[in-house]
Ligand binder design. Structure first.
Ligand SMILES: NC(=O)c1ccc[n+]([C@@H]2O[C@H](COP(=O)([O-])OP(=O)(O)OC[C@H]3O[C@@H](n4cnc5c(N)ncnc54)[C@H](OP(=O)(O)O)[C@@H]3O)[C@@H](O)[C@H]2O)c1
Length: 250
């Protein structure tokens, strides 16, 4: 069975992952809030040469935690079961704390952490009901390695999600479920298109191809692209606070 559910599939990395999995013979279950974009993507994928798989789509806000369970189970059953679930949906758009941005900062945590956790719980229930091997993938970020000023809620959400993925991997290993944590660097998508400085930027298409390879190789953890971010992130983690706070991020 080669079927993947991807959350946040209406744009950016999730959309390109949908194309990459389709090109590689997977059935697709695509989720996002903007249903009309999913409809357009479904039509484009159907036009791909050699694609003969199923595509099921569903509108879902991952903050609607009860609906996450219902929608993912429904999508999995429409696909005849799934082998992979990618918790990719995410938002950014933080501002400096103390600038009246609490409502948005709260939403960043609700989507990036709690929404993703709900998807994972639903995915585990699906894999258990299928009595089959399952692969859960979480899209976190290198932004979780340190607290980025003006992006505190985003950095915090990704630090939390990466830590969650590390523990989740151990918890579900005995259920024959694999957990992969993917930490992208800068990938050219709407989430960061207004940022002035996007070092080592790669396109969403290239990013999705690299992420696909990591998933198929069943890696537990990957920084994407590996170079130069493996080196940059090493220094990010060890730079002392007095230097970190002098760096310019915009
Ligand atoms: N691009 C980068 O450089 C980069 C780097 C590191 C990590 N990431 C992570 O990669 C993931 C994908 O981001 P992207 O770069 O592809 O950004 P994007 O183009 O803005 O895509 C975000 C996706 O998440 C969906 N989404 C947002 N809120 C949602 C909600 N409440 N419920 C359901 N779906 C929701 C959006 O769909 P709707 O608006 O239609 O719901 C959209 O499909 C995110 O988790 C992001 O943090 C990105």
């Amino acid at each position: 069975m080669k079927s993947v559910i991807i959350t946040g599939a209406s744009s950016g990395i999730g959309k390109e992952l949908a194309f990459e999995f389709a090109r590689n013979g997977f059935n697709l279950g695509l989720i996002a809030r903007r249903f009309e974009l999913l409809q357009e993507i479904r039509e484009e994928i159907k036009q791909l040469k050699n694609f003969s798989g199923k595509i099921e789509i569903a509108a879902l806000d991952v903050k609607d935690y009860k609906s996450v369970f219902i929608t993912l189970k429904d999508l999995a059953s429409r696909l005849g079961g799934i082998s992979h679930l990618i918790a990719n949906a995410g938002i950014a758009g933080s501002k400096p704390i103390g600038t009246n941005n609490f409502t948005h900062d709260k939403e960043v945590i609700e989507v990036n952490v709690i929404g993703a956790m709900a998807c994972f719980e639903a995915g585990i229930q699906i894999f258990e009901s299928q009595n089959s091997f399952g692969h859960l993938i979480g899209i976190s970020s290198i932004a979780g390695f340190r607290g980025f000023p003006s992006n505190s809620s985003y950095s915090a959400s990704k630090a939390a999600f990466t830590t969650y993925l590390e523990a989740a991997r151990i918890d579900v290993a005995k259920k024959n479920i694999l957990v992969t944590a993917i930490l992208p660097g800068f990938i050219d998508t709407p989430i960061n298109s207004e940022m002035k400085n996007r070092p080592f930027l790669i396109s969403a298409e290239v990013g999705a191809k690299k992420i696909y390879k990591v998933i198929i190789k069943k890696k537990e953890f990957a920084i994407v692209p590996y170079y130069p971010w493996i080196i940059v992130s090493f220094f990010m983690k060890i730079i002392p606070n007095f230097i970190w706070k002098r760096l310019k991020f915009d």
